[in-house]
Structure formats: C-alpha cells, structure tokens
Design a protein around this ligand. Structure first.
Ligand SMILES: [Zn+2]
Length: 416
C-alpha cells in the first residue's frame, strides 16, 4: 500500500503515506470538513483578500486534484514552480491542466485550453497565484479575465516578493472573487524547491543516504552495492529526475564510478556536479562520458587537466579552498547563478559531513535497510570529526516515516 502511494506521488512529501498513518506534525488536517466554517479577511492596498482558514469539501477535493496534476510536471519545469489548475462549473470539472514544460504555457492556460465547455462563470482552482506579468508567456490573469472566470481559489500566494499578491489584486479589480490558502501547506511542500530558490537564489539541497539498521553505508571492504532495496533505488531514480543536479565528491567517483543518470522511462538526467579540490577525477570516469558535468575545484588545479576535461565537455569552475576544502556555500551560490534550483547530494561520508557542517542542507532522506554489518571501520554517512556533545547534535524537524519495499524511508527537514 505504502509503496503504491509513493509510486503515485514522486514528490518528496509522502503525502499519500502521511494519510496512511505515519507521523506528520506540520500539516493542516487533510480531511474535509462538512462545510465551510468561516474565512479570515486580510487587508491589502485596495481590496480585502479572503484567506481560507476552513476549507469546504469541494475546495479540498478540487485543490487536491490540482496538486496531483501539478506533480506531472516534476523534472520538466525547473526552475519554474509545479502548478496545476482545475476549472469547475455547475459542480463538474470542465477543464484541467498543469505546467508541463519550462518555457511552455502555464497551468491556467492549459486548463482553459482543455475546457470542454465555455468557462464563463466557472471557478478555477489553481495551486499557485496566477501571474500578472509578462515572462516567457503572457500573463495568466489576463487570460482568466478574458475567459470571464468568476472565482479563483488558490493554494499559495506567489512566494516571489516582488510580485506576491499582485495577481490576486488584478483579478479582484476585474471583479473576480479570490480565495487563497486552500491546502496551502501541501502546496508549499510540493513547491519547496521553487520556494527556496525564488526566495534565496540558491538551490534547495536534499541529502540522500542509505544505511543498514546499524547505520553503515558500506561493508568493511567498502562495498556498498546494494544496501537498500530495489524499490528504494527506484525512488532515488525519481529524485534524480526531479532534481536539477546531483552532487558527489571525487572519492565517490573513484570508488563507485557512478553514471548518476535518471534511469526511469521518460526521465530527464540531472546536471552532474563533482566536488574535486585537487582535480584528481580519473579521465575515464563514467560520469565524464555523459552530458552536463560541472566540476568544482580549487584555484591551484592543474590547467592542463582542466583543458582535457573541457575537451570531454565537462565544465570546470575554480573556487577558493580555505583549509584545503571547497566551500559548499560558495558552490551553492554559483549553482544558483546558473539557474540550478535543486541539488541532490549522493555523496559519501566526507562530502556529507562538509555539507552538514556548513549548513547547506535543507532536507535529509534516509533509507534504512533491515541488515546489519557491524565493525568499527565500516563507514557511516556523516563522517568527519563528529559532534562532541549530544546537546550540540544537528537537529531536524518534521520527520516523516514510511515503508518502501523492505526498507524504511525517513524524511526530515533541517532547522536552517
Ligand atoms: Zn501564469
């Protein structure tokens, strides 16, 4: 059951699993109340906006549908948000759509285009505030006004500070009723990558690891194929499709020689990022045979090797390396400048410890397999010198747990 739900929902949020009894301490009740209890008025410049505090059953039903549709865009719209839209008239869905492709029409436009009857007087459910500015496409607000939509129910106000609320205002000025905040927390989770990126210009960072019950990520010999079950590994393939980039340290390249591709049907391969301060990556590494590779190294890297790597299509970026380490904070800033909205760290214990100690990680996903390895020398996923006292341990919140195949999957947010 849990596996099926995870399969249906490739986002990171276990929305299906959460409904199935696992812990979730930050979400609003998912069950629909029998009727709307009331709303809260929030004031802005000219109009009052209605923020939904208690959602009606139809509002929840149609917004859930819009959120589910939005997930179909996973992996194809970065660094844009995932957005879904449903148009309802006389209690029936007459059109629906989602943002399918970066640079392509927005969800609202696709939903209008797919309408089976005239949307005049209909309600649109949309997971993100409709845009009111010209981007790669004309503003959705204009299209909603032209289509004579009478009401817009929205999950999330645009997190982009410069345009937040402007779409709602434009709709209201045209006489369209606007309600927002319906399934807002769910929409925030769905778009956690977009929200982090648009508000900080830096990528959302997920650190993924797989370990045994006794916390080991490899056997004493160093062999790690495979700690986790096939279902867990398939889940990681989906993450690679969803994320714009996958990051490893050079040690992982040398030891495992991974390809880091998304091996799922119709999957999109992420940018491959290697942290390699001494530029010791083997020229025959499999990762270099693929496309889209960026290597971060130090200023004293061998220029001749940089040229040879460039010749293979890899981009090499030099950064300062204080204490012999590349600053991952600097790496994230650089990736953000290159429109990379998300990083999946699939590193070994050393890269992971740098990322965790530098505080660049937003979320952890840990697969725990019912296996034991034992021994003091078998590696763990957070190496380095470790934390001296329990009170100083790195703290996580919003822990969610589900079963996947034989394994347990745990997702936690960082208190950044
Ligand atoms: Zn739009």
């Amino acid at each position: 059951m849990e596996q099926e739900e995870i399969k249906d929902n490739t986002s990171l949020n276990f929305q299906g699993a959460a409904e199935n009894g696992s812990q979730s301490d930050n979400s609003r009740p998912l069950r629909a109340p029998e009727c709307a209890f009331g709303t809260r008025q929030t004031q802005n410049d000219k109009h009052s906006l209605t923020e939904s505090r208690f959602m009606s059953a139809p509002d929840i039903k149609y917004m859930k549908r819009a959120l589910k549709l939005s997930l179909k865009g996973e992996g194809f719209v970065n660094p844009n948000p995932l957005v879904g839209a449903v148009i309802v008239k006389n209690g029936r869905i007459i059109g629906e759509g989602y943002h399918q492709q970066f640079g392509g029409p927005h969800a609202e436009i696709n939903a209008l285009k797919n309408c089976t009857e005239n949307p005049e007087g209909a309600t649109m459910y949309v997971t993100l505030e409709p845009c009111c500015h010209f981007g790669k496409t004309p503003p959705c607000c204009d299209a909603l006004i032209a289509a004579k939509i009478s009401k817009v129910v929205c999950a999330l106000k645009d997190p982009n500070g410069t345009v937040a609320g402007k779409g709602f205002l434009k709709l209201q000025e045209a006489g369209i009723e606007v309600i927002f905040g319906v399934l807002e927390n769910e929409a925030k989770k769905t778009n956690e990558i977009f929200i982090k990126y648009i508000t900080t210009n830096q990528p959302f960072v997920l650190l993924k690891s797989a370990m045994t019950l006794d916390g080991k990520t490899a056997a004493v010999s160093g062999s790690s194929k495979w700690i986790s079950s096939e279902k867990s590994r398939m889940y990681v393939q989906k993450l690679r499709h969803r994320f714009s980039s996958v990051m490893v340290g050079v040690n992982t390249v040398v030891k495992d020689d991974p390809e880091l591709t998304a091996r799922i049907k119709g999957g999109r391969n992420p940018l491959k990022v290697v942290i390699d301060g001494k530029l010791s990556i083997p020229m025959n590494a499999k990762i270099l045979a693929g496309e889209k590779v960026v290597i971060f190294t130090s200023f004293n890297a061998n220029e001749e090797k940089i040229k040879r790597l460039n010749g293979l299509g890899a981009k090499v970026i030099k950064l300062p390396n204080a204490n012999g380490k590349i600053s991952l904070k600097a790496v994230m800033i650089e990736l953000g400048k290159q429109n990379i909205d998300s990083v999946l760290i699939e590193g070994g214990g050393i890269l992971n410890s740098h990322a965790l100690n530098e505080g660049v990680v937003d979320k952890l996903i840990t697969f725990i397999a019912p296996k034991l390895i034992g021994g003091a020398s078998a590696p763990t996923f957070f190496s380095g010198t470790g934390i001296e006292e329990i009170k100083d341990a790195l703290k996580l919140k919003h822990t969610r747990i589900a079963k996947i195949g034989e394994d347990i999957i745990i997702e936690s947010d960082f208190l950044n």
